[in-house]
Design a protein around this ligand. Sequence first.
Ligand code: F6P
Ligand code: MG
Length: 293
Amino acid sequence: MNIDNYLEKNGHSEELRDLIKIIVDQIRPIKNEFLGGDKKSGTYNIYGEKQIKLDKRANEILLMAFRNSKLVKQVGSEEEEEAIQMDSDKGHFGVTIDPLDGSSLIPTNLAVGIIFSIYENGDIMSGLKNITQAFYVLLGPMTLMVFADKSGVSQFIYNDKGAFDLVKENIIIPEGNLYSPGGLRKEWTDAHRDLISGFEENGFKLRYSGSFVPDFHQVLVYGGIFSYPALVDKPNGKLRLLFEVGPMAFIAEKAGGGATDGKIRILDIIPAEIDQRVPLYIGSKKLIEGIKI
Ligand code: F6P
Ligand code: MG
């Protein structure tokens, strides 16, 4: 079963299915951009055009596709300073994108990802509780998609025909013992340092690449906790609420796990700014329930 059949089975509208199809069709062009590697950026191509960074290029590809689709009302992108209103009377979806997350790992050829969330009410600033679907594409040895809607979380693998085939349904985050701690230890607060030391004393295994999508995906598969905490000089941490944290929090909860900023459930937050950052603890249900920072 491919993603389109899956969406149909889950009772999604034709517009939503078209939107996902358009996104899926952009994966090949985005992957093609990797072929020259990040070395190309800043240099000139055969037409004398300056090559731009891969994350900017992925952003352009996705925005162009949304504009042409006429299905989207508003887009927020990690690469843009403000929300973009798409000029279409028909489009009603609000979409957020992190067009190329973990792009600092491109030169080392480690895994990176693309993160999406959809607001069927068309308003990405209306509060994270209004996310209706969220998903990421993980560009690793395999290209896969993890897709969440109200019925749960499923995984798809990208095939040689450019489609995503269903490989796993009803994914639940197990109570595992991976820990993936962002931020420098010297910048952690005492409370966060104590929490991480507790995991280490209990034999948790360290798994941190510096790219959020694969780091979260390991937690989804094996169980455990990913954190990017409040830092002494940066009380809101590093990750962006709308483009990174919100979509992953939605996926984690639909997979039976949890996500908090240490005090508040992430999905209860209403953003004040489009580029708002928040501390994040995300992963297995019991581990997240135990966090009080
Ligand atoms: O987009 C921010 C990001 O690149 C995430 O993918 C990742 O989790 C984090 O930053 C890594 O930050 P650091 O380099 O501080 O470990
Ligand atoms: Mg990012």
